[in-house]
Each structure stands twice: as C-alpha cells, then as structure tokens.
Ligand binder design. Sequence first.
Ligand code: MN3
Length: 244
Amino acid sequence: MKKRKFIQTTSALALGAVLAPMAACKSELKEAGKEALAETMQPASSFTLPDLPYSFDALSPNIDAMTMEIHHDKHHAGYVRKFNTALEGSALSGQTIEQILSTIGSDDTGLRNNGGGHFNHSLFWSVMSPKGGGTPTGDLSDAINTSFGSFEKFKEVFSAAASTRFGSGWAWLTKGTDNKLFVHSSPNQDNPLMTKISDDKGTPILGLDVWEHAYYLNYQNRRGDYIGNFFNVVNWNEVAKRLG
Ligand code: MN3
C-alpha cells in the first residue's frame, strides 16, 4: 500500500509537470517514478502537456469521455509537440507562452497554430469542472453586468459568437486593454494574446473550443447543443481568478 502510494504520487508529478507530451516514455516513467529520468528526455525550455484537472468522464454527459480523451491526449499533445519543434532554434525559445504569442506575426505559422493550440486548450480545461455551471459571483458578476447588462444577455452574445464562427475556431470572453469585458471569436487557434495578428486584443478569461473535434462524436452537427451544455460545466471561480 505504501509503495503504491509512492508510485502514484511520483508518477503524477513527473507526468504532469514534466513529461506528459512524450507518450512513449509514460510507461517507463511510471515504473521508474523519478523526475530525474524525465528531465533527460526533453530540453528544459520546452512546454509540457498539463494533466486534466479531472477524469475524462467527469464532464459527461455535457462532454463525453472519448471526446475528452482524444482531445487532450491526441490533439492537445500534438500541439505541444509541434510547438516545441517550432521553437527549436527560435530566438523565442525560453520565453513564456504569453511573450511568444504577443511577439509572433501572421507568417509564423508553426508558433501561431501550435502555440495558440497549447495556450487555448490549457485554458479550456481549466475553465471547466464537473462542479461547474451556475452563475458567476462577486467582481466577475459585476463586470459581466457592466459590459452586457445581465448574465443571460452575456450568454446570448457568447453563444452567438460561438455558433457563428465559420469553420474551426474559438469563442472568447476577454478582458480588453481598457479592462472591460467583451465577447469575440477567433479562427483556428488564434487568440487575443496575439496582438500582432488578432484584431481583438486582451486577456482571455473564458474560451470555448468550437472545432468539430471538440464535440462531433457526441453532438455531430448540433454545435448549438454543445454550446448550450458548455454552460453546465463552466468553472466560474477559475474564470474569476483570470479576471485578476
Ligand atoms: Mn481543440
């Protein structure tokens, strides 16, 4: 029992903090249970896939387990891997993801698509919770009411942005440079931190992935149902933290 606990603790630490994108090494690490081994497997400056803060089936039936598993373990892991590859030899290597996203231009395709993909999905997992839903409180509630009139009106505007984004992209609730909240959408993996690319600039505090891979297994063409059910799992406490 004691040994089992040790392995669980150390492998979670190693996988979560250091090695999660390198799937081939996972089983090896689980056995070894040592961070030192992980550090030999990738350069210190590279980005890592964060663990989901809940199990794959935790958001079901709003988002099904298979969608979550493929989305996190395949799609997000792929963005992290390709982001690290794009950073190799780049002058931006070693900078924070926020610094990188604010520096790149529209021709920096590898960093734009994969850095955006890594940031956006990391935010997405964190602003959802099996204990989510309900309505925001405190300063966040006040800020939403100031910008949109009411929470219900905000939901309408956000849902419209998510449902009218043509093709693949994201809907955002963003704190603008004037500190006011606004809703917008972005194509592909663009986000409002990409100040040299995006017309909408600021700090995203809530994001919804409306790529088909985010919902198609369960919802098929019914993007509107997926958007509606997303509000059942929004972690408003986490969104409030990002409001600052
Ligand atoms: Mn996605």
